[in-house]
Ligand binder design. Sequence first.
Ligand code: GTR
Length: 333
Amino acid sequence: MTHRTRRPRRFLAAALAAVSLGALGLAAAPAAAQEWRGWNIHAADYPNGQGMDAFTRMVAERTNNRIRMRTFHSAQLGQQDEAIQQMRLGTIDFANFNLSPFNNLAPSTNVVTLPFLFRNVAHMQAAIDGPAGEAIARDLENIGIIALSWYDAGARSLYTVRPVRTPADVRGMKIRVQTSDLWIDLMRAMGANPTPLPFGEVFTSLQSGVIDGAENNWPSYESTRHFEVARYYTTTEHSNVPEVLAVSRQRWQRLNEADRAILRDAARESAVLQRRAWAERERVSRDRVVAAGVTVIEITDRAPWAALMEPVYAKYAADARLAALVRQIREMP
Ligand code: GTR
């Protein structure tokens, strides 16, 4: 009896609270006057930071400052996994993310992470600007993130404290990976002992011997100064996973069509700029680390490495939708 009478009252209280919260929201400053908060894991001068700054500048100009955005560079708003959560909650409004941290949340991001899938940069760009990008944008929208454009992230290779020339050399090494099941399995398939860690902890973990190596593209290896501790870079080029420039769905839902078009165009233009800056920075970063005495171990035959990746494909490209996407990507000219 008591149970029955209490329930509606509790419901009423919750409903009233919701109404007054709504009223508070309406009474607060109008959305247009607020400054959007953007997350970037890298320093401002990294190609991605340049792309994001160009994006926010274009949006400000084209909306006469109605939409003002500020990018917090160098992971000032937290590490990657937290930033993704914040974006889903709407406390971070826009960001540039690598797609691998979404592997466990948005299934199609696994496809573009798959090892040795893309033949070259042009192939990756055609896939992400085409069918892969469409599938990923849908999956990201389902988790509260609106993809606007795709940034390059080059090829990821191994770097270690001891030389790695063959897969046998990797056996038992503790290699840092991003927090993604696919990455854990990929590194296991290489014979390593995968260690998921936030990007910001890699340097000290290398220094203290918690890990023996990590894997990344030339610009990340160089800009983080990981090369000062892990002195061997082996060009396995095992993954070409690209990145997204995205806005939180909460913000997006409050925009009209005209503003959405402004954001989309600016994001696409910023990607053109980022990709150009990226190609240049890859060369610069490589030159810098070589000048600093890093040993580059060139892998010319990737077949023995790729052969180890069968279990990764069996697990992450088995689902019919993802298998079809992999096939479509492979068949691209
Ligand atoms: C970089 C990428 C970052 C982050 C980082 C990592 O190449 O741009 O977003 O994913 O790798 O390995 O954590």
